[in-house]
Write a protein that binds this ligand. Structure first.
Ligand code: 1GP
Length: 235
């Protein structure tokens, strides 16, 4: 199980890295080159998903990836149309930072009949959108406001509530292509407060930022845009 691997890495203080592929921005023909670059990178996981993707060629993209790479592939869906039984698992997200019932429970209910037809490993993930300088796609699509960066106790408390609810992971998200990544003091406060693994992503553009996020307490860092814009990012 992917969650067991993540927990065991955390125990051993081994840091993890997910490359996020937005299926809206790639074609099946792009996958061989993309896959060989991922293979050369330090990535430990592949996430697939996007804020507004309609799911049209998702199976094909994942099948093409699996032909070339053995890394676990987790769905990171923006909506219930982004489910593919070809993946290994799904981050079953709850947007805890917002108060839009669609993203707190409605989409999750809608996804159940589809998920029941798959063997996907379902990983309950509390998802917290953090203020990052300007409006991001997640904010626009989910119609929710991010948590203010000056209210760290509230952010940590929200993450802890996610853990109490039963989330197996907590994800601090600045938003794809965010102007500013999640501040390091927020990563530290949240990581000290929770026992479940902490994922951090959004607006991370350099290897130093990745290391800083790890040192601040992130167990897994997610890189999307930086790799999308430069396939040699990890060279
Ligand atoms: C977005 O956290 C991910 O959901 C990755 O963000 O595209 O900015 O790397 P970037």
């Amino acid at each position: 199980m992917v969650i067991d691997q993540i927990l065991s890495s955390r125990k051993k203080s081994e840091k993890l890295l997910a490359i996020l592929i937005d299926p809206d921005k790639v074609t099946v023909e792009d996958i061989p080159v993309l896959a060989s670059k991922i293979k050369q990178s330090p990535a430990t996981h592949i996430f697939v998903g996007g804020s507004s993707f309609d799911g049209h060629h998702l199976d094909e993209i994942i099948i093409a990836l699996k032909e070339k790479i053995t890394l676990p592939i987790l769905l990171f869906p923006g909506n219930p149309s982004q489910i593919s039984s070809e993946a290994d698992g799904i981050l079953f997200l709850q947007l805890l930072s917002g108060r839009n019932p669609d993203y707190l429970i409605e989409h999750q209910i809608e996804a159940v009949p589809v998920l029941e037809q798959t063997q996907l490993e379902i990983i309950s993930t509390g998802y917290l959108l953090i203020e990052s300088g300007s409006e991001t796609a997640v904010e626009r699509v989910s119609k929710t406001k991010p948590l203010a960066i000056d209210n760290i106790p509230y952010i940590a408390q929200t993450a802890k509530a996610g853990e109490f609810i039963g989330n197996q992971l907590i994800y601090l998200e600045a938003g794809s292509g965010a102007q500013n990544a999640v501040p390091l003091n927020i990563i530290t406060s949240v990581s000290k407060r929770i026992f479940v693994p902490l994922l951090v992503g959004g607006g991370i553009r350099s290897k130093k930022q990745i290391d800083d996020a790890y040192n601040a307490g992130a167990d897994l860092v997610v890189i999307g845009t930086a790799f999308e814009n430069d396939l040699n990012f990890f060279d």
